[in-house]
Design a binder for this molecule. Structure first.
Ligand code: AMP
Ligand code: MG
Length: 411
């Protein structure tokens, strides 16, 4: 089984079948952003807890100013001034007005609020002058308008947006039950790798993947743990994978997955755990090595930066989302018209970096070498070129995976 080359669809299905949602945990409200809620939550209060003014102005009886007009103004006696945070115990009588600020409780008896801009100066601090009527309920925000006491605010499985954080704050949730987000180990293999801060000497290159993969992990909402790059020996590979399995929820590696003399990833996974598959009929990134090490899912990405990036996007990102409790794991796919010819080998599914515009015209974004990231940086989609095709002509309708739109969004 291990050396059977799988179709992309079969590989993705098999990989995700080994991925489970992590257990729930409780986090502080401010840490809950971007998590998936793990319980139904209801409010302990009415929000707002009381009828309150939506404007700075005057609370009064609407009946008192029904006849008000610029030629027949109505004067009411101002009996109090209620600021946000105050509470006036009185009962507003007919003929009276209460000066009131935005957010202050509307006093008993009042049934409308006239904003200050709609009044005229009566040249008397104790009097408010009105030149138009005001409908009942105007500028009054009702108690329980957002949510009533005992009512559900958010449902288990919902994604916590910044607005949801605000709702949870208003309804008393200083702590929030959410599904844990995975901590992802990032292990780069390769004798040639040096830290970003160093300048390459003969034969050496900077470690690109550790950083682009960590960025992808964080963009998927998870935490990245970057390990020092490892030399190409079986012993070093085994030691690094063992340590990562003890410390993280998911392990990804880059490089060392092909058939070179110094590629030890597959062997290390076989020795430490179970290997699931090691090749996928796709380009870029035919060697994609997956398995389990000590109960922790493992994904060995290719070393070429663009292949590693795409392997992450297509396999690892949905796994991270699944672990974190998401149920929408697929980026939106749209159809678009190819603006140029493309030749390909049959039998492989190609994912080309491309750009789709507002007229649904799509083109490849430059050099598709698996070593180059520039054409990925330019891209907003992946052109999906089916296994069977060999020559796609300009004008062909193809599918594109939108990299710039979140999973589950309907186009
Ligand atoms: P490998 O899969 O280990 O044979 O690597 C394939 C190619 O990707 C080689 O040219 C490597 O030098 C390059 N490569 C591997 N790992 C990295 C990395 N972390 N950053 C940048 N390039 C890498
Ligand atoms: Mg290598």
């Amino acid at each position: 089984m291990t050396h059977t080359s799988l179709s992309f669809a079969a590989a993705l299905e098999r990989w995700l079948s080994h991925i489970d949602r992590l257990a729930p945990e409780t986090v502080s409200l401010d840490e809950s952003l971007g998590c998936i809620l793990a319980a139904d939550l209801s409010s302990d209060v009415d929000v707002s807890p009381f009828d309150n003014s939506a404007m700075d102005g005057f609370a009064l009886h609407a009946e008192d100013i029904e006849t008000a007009s610029p030629v027949t103004p109505v004067d009411l006696k101002v009996v109090t001034c209620i600021a946000a945070g105050d509470y006036w115990e009185g009962n507003l009588q007919s003929g009276q007005a209460a000066r009131i600020m935005t957010g202050a409780p509307v006093p008993a008896g009042a049934n409308t609020v006239v904003k200050v801009e709609d009044t005229v100066d009566a040249n008397n601090e104790q009097v408010a002058r009105f030149i138009a009527s005001s409908p009942r309920g105007l500028n009054i925000r009702l108690k329980g308008e957002e949510v009533k006491m005992g009512e559900r605010v958010l449902t288990s499985g919902e994604y916590i947006t910044p607005a949801a954080v605000g709702l949870l704050a208003a309804t008393g949730y200083a702590q929030v039950p959410v599904y844990q987000k995975p901590t992802v180990a990032i292990i780069s293999t390769g004798e040639e790798l040096i830290p970003v801060s160093d300048t390459p000497t003969q034969g050496k290159i900077r470690n690109t993947n550790s950083h682009s993969l960590a960025a992808q992990v964080r963009a998927a909402g998870a935490s990245a743990r970057q390990y020092a790059s490892i030399p190409d020996t079986l012993e070093d590979t085994i030691a690094a994978f063992k340590q990562a399995a003890a410390e993280c929820d998911l392990i990804i590696s880059s490089g060392g997955v092909s058939v070179g003399d110094f590629d030890f990833v597959e062997e290390a996974v076989q020795l430490l755990g179970d290997l699931h598959f090691s090749t996928v009929n796709m380009r870029p990134g035919k060697p994609q090595t997956t398995g389990m090490i000590g109960g922790v899912p493992f994904f060995g990405l290719p070393g070429n930066p663009a292949s590693a990036y795409l392997g992450f996007e297509l396999f690892v990102r949905p796994a991270i989302l699944k672990m974190a409790g998401h149920t929408q794991l697929k980026r939106p796919v749209q159809t678009a018209t190819l603006s140029h010819d493309i030749k390909k080998r049959p039998g492989l599914r190609y994912f080309m970096r491309g750009k789709v515009d507002s007229t649904s015209t799509v083109w490849a974004t430059g050099n598709q070498s698996s070593a180059l990231l520039g054409s990925l940086h330019e891209a907003n989609c992946l052109l999906v070129l089916p296994e069977k095709d060999t020559h796609l002509k300009a004008g062909t309708t193809i599918k594109c995976v939108r990299l710039d739109i979140a999973e589950g969004v309907k186009l």
